[in-house]
Design a protein around this ligand. Structure first.
Ligand code: ADP
Ligand code: MG
Length: 396
């Protein structure tokens, strides 16, 4: 699960990691009040207004702006709220801005000895280890640095004790070219960030830019955080940070019905039980000349209701030209799935695309009988190759 910058920063702060002061606003009026508050409490003179969307590159897309008074802050916020922000990461459709973060400007006036770094902690699946990736070339596209100046990117691998050692933190601070107070602040920053990462079961915490100010403070100016979905049950307060507005609506609907659904951009919808069989089915679709429109695992205990929910979700996608149902009845009984398909046909009504059904395993014979006598236009397939052939015919 991804969260917003302002939420990520609250996790960091709870672990003593320095970030600039700031608060989130949903209206221009709130934005103005926050700016007044920052002015009173911290003497802030320049305010930064930052669009809160689940995508990076906001700076480039006009989602990060400066204001010099609370009134101007409110004006800028009123323009930013409700706009569709397009950044290199949102795709051409962009994302609607519903919240803005009002923060202190941390690039003080006349600041010459200021440095922007990149630093992220993440799970490296290839290495089966956590790693800290960091660079002196922060603030801009890290992908660009990786492509053009790979030597400017360093990696510190966390060993099997799953503990980032103090000597590693010192190595990082030293490789970033820091001395004295800034060096100590950096070690403290990394130690806090590592604690925040571990205790929130995160899979990514990316700080870009990580700023060293002219008075040698070290703070997170931006932060992108991804949390491990499988561990969210341990953190109800983090699970509550989920913002459904930022997620694909069909995927949200599917997860509400306990379906594992991932939208893809092909033309053959598929409904399968079990992730392994679902992967094999997607290969099968590809082999038959189609392209999978989705991944959908209805799980081991598929009921008539789940099958119906699955059909509804697949049919929402206008690209779908055929649907392949591939069920192996192990725990689930095929006749129950067949009843679900028939039920779905009746309640959804007009299903125009051809539906190819392969039901194998427990009660497969009863299932076939149910489908054959239902009078519905369902194409029954017996083997994998047979199913592939019938998908090919349906697409022709
Ligand atoms: P994104 O990565 O989505 O573009 P960032 O939070 O990194 O968004 O902001 C982009 C740039 O905006 C930063 O590199 C920095 O130069 C500037 N910026 C962001 N927040 C602040 C802030 N609080 N004070 C001053 N400048 C900021
Ligand atoms: Mg950034």
């Amino acid at each position: 699960m991804n969260i917003h910058e302002y939420q990520g920063k609250s996790i960091l702060q709870a672990h003593g990691v320095q970030v600039q002061e700031g608060f989130v606003a949903e209206t221009a009026e709130q934005a103005g009040l926050i700016a007044e508050e920052l002015q009173k409490k911290f003497g802030t003179e320049i305010f930064v207004i930052k669009a809160q969307i689940h995508a990076g590159g906001r700076g480039k897309g006009g989602g990060v702006k400066i204001a010099r008074s609370p009134m101007e802050t409110a004006e800028v916020a009123s323009r930013m709220l409700g706009m569709t922000l397009v950044t290199p990461q949102t795709g051409p459709a962009g994302k609607l801005v519903r919240k803005v973060l009002i923060a202190q400007d941390v690039y003080y006036k006349g600041d010459s000895d200021i440095r922007e770094f990149y630093l992220s902690v993440l799970l490296d699946r290839k290495r089966s280890a956590f790693v800290v990736i960091y660079s002196t070339e922060g603030g801009m596209d890290i992908e660009e640095v990786a492509a053009n100046k790979p030597k400017a990117i360093f990696t510190e691998v966390v060993d099997s004790t799953c503990c980032l050692h103090e000597f590693q933190m010192r190595t990082i601070a030293s490789n970033l070219g820091l001395q004295g107070k800034a060096y100590r602040e950096m070690v403290r920053f990394i130690s806090g960030l590592w604690n925040a990462f571990v205790s929130s079961d995160a899979s990514l915490m990316e700080i870009n830019p990580l700023l060293k100010t002219s008075d040698d403070r070290v703070l997170a100016v931006d932060c992108k955080v991804s949390l491990d979905d499988n561990a969210l049950y341990r953190h109800p307060e983090l699970a509550a940070m989920r913002d459904l507005n930022e997620e694909d609506p069909t995927e949200v609907e599917a997860s509400a019905s306990n379906l594992n659904y991932v939208k893809l951009d092909g033309d053959v919808g598929c409904m399968v039980n079990g992730a392994g069989l679902a992967m094999a089915t997607m290969d099968l679709i590809q082999l038959s000349g189609g392209r999978p429109a989705n991944f959908l695992d209805v799980g081991g205990g598929a009921s008539a209701k789940t099958v119906e929910a699955g059909f509804r979700i697949i049919l929402k996608d206008p690209n779908v030209k055929a649907i392949l149902v591939n069920i192996f009845g192990g725990i689930v009984r095929c006749d129950r799935v067949a009843a679900g398909i028939i039920e779905a046909y009746k309640t959804i009504g007009d299903i125009k695309v051809p539906v190819i059904v392969r039901l194998q395993g427990t009660n497969a014979i009863e299932a076939k009988e149910l489908i054959d006598t239902s009078g519905l236009k369902v194409i029954a397939a017996s083997t994998f190759t047979d199913a592939a052939e019938k998908v090919r015919e349906a697409l022709a």
